[in-house]
Design a protein around this ligand. Structure first.
Ligand SMILES: [Zn+2]
Length: 292
């Protein structure tokens, strides 16, 4: 049987535009459930989902009230104490009435029963892992778990990872000579490469292929910033830094690369240039092209 959650995820997307609102609410609900909390108030969702959305979604305005209401139509989420909510023409609840009533939302009995019938005591974590795999690149999983305050509990549970293409990783790193395409970092410990990773430009979760033209070798820092949308690339393959990015001692490691062309190895036998469509996907769906 196809996984009902996976099918729902596909239906939440229009083409390959990112739609992280519902997945992040499901993750939040599962994380709370793993702490024994079934119902979450609108005020908690507003604050916690709002934070998650502002970090892990490129949309300048987080809109946590959208999934809080709309997830109900998927049959896995229900509200209580919601009588009296005022709805807008688009079917969303008005923020004013949500704030006044502060209803609670939670995963439905049916969804919880179906998940717990899987037999694993760690079903909430297993579900979270699935949601992460379906929606986000691996470079962000720990970041999201930590934001949900479940990183420690989660890591104590043995969860099988999806097999990634070892060839993609190795080929990518070899072609790039083990060097970050942005900063050129190529650290080695006893000859073994450390802190350099093969990054997908268009996320695997969104159908980005395991191909060299969808890959870049990036150091751990630039990989994370690229997947979080703090870094993007222009069509001319020049580094773009999000106006939202700031911090102490960031000049040498990040800001100084703005406008610089990335390093692309040229080989006669293989076309290595990143595919423009993948660069554009990252720029429109991930890169945070706005200031705070
Ligand atoms: Zn780097």
């Amino acid at each position: 049987m196809n996984d009902p959650l996976e099918l729902q995820f596909r239906s939440w997307r229009r083409n390959d535009r990112r739609a992280p609102h519902k997945p992040l609410l499901v993750l939040l609900a599962l994380a709370r459930l793993s702490h024994g909390q079934r119902w979450i108030s609108w005020k908690q969702v507003h604050e916690e989902l709002g934070m998650l959305l502002s970090t892990f979604c490129h949309d300048p305005s987080p809109k946590p009230h959208y999934p809080f209401i709309r997830l109900q139509t998927d049959g896995i989420w229900s509200l209580r104490n919601s009588e009296g909510l005022v709805y807008t023409a688009s079917g969303d609840a008005s923020l004013k009435s949500l704030n006044a009533l502060n209803p609670e939302g939670g995963l439905t009995d049916e969804f919880i029963a179906a998940c717990s019938a899987l037999g694993s005591p760690n079903w909430a974590f297993l579900r979270m892992k699935e949601v992460l795999e379906l929606e986000f690149p691996p470079s962000l999983h720990d970041e999201i778990l930590s934001a949900l305050n479940v990183e420690e509990a989660f890591s104590s549970v043995q969860i099988k990872k999806r097999a990634r293409s070892a060839e993609f990783r190795q080929q990518g790193l070899d072609i790039y000579n083990g060097q970050c395409a942005i900063c050129g970092f190529s650290g080695r410990l006893k000859g073994g490469l450390v802190g350099v990773e093969a990054a997908h430009i268009k996320w695997f979760a969104y159908g980005g292929p395991d191909e060299i033209r969808n890959g870049l070798a990036l150091c751990s820092l630039h990989h994370k910033l690229f997947d979080l949308g703090a870094i993007g690339l222009s069509d001319e393959l020049r580094v773009m830094i999000s106006p939202s990015f700031s911090g102490e001692r960031t000049r040498a490691m990040v800001l100084d690369y703005e406008g610089k062309e990335i390093f692309i190895p040229r080989q006669r036998s293989v076309v290595t240039d990143p595919e423009p469509a993948f660069i554009r996907w990252q720029r429109t769906e991930v890169y945070q092209d706005w200031g705070r």
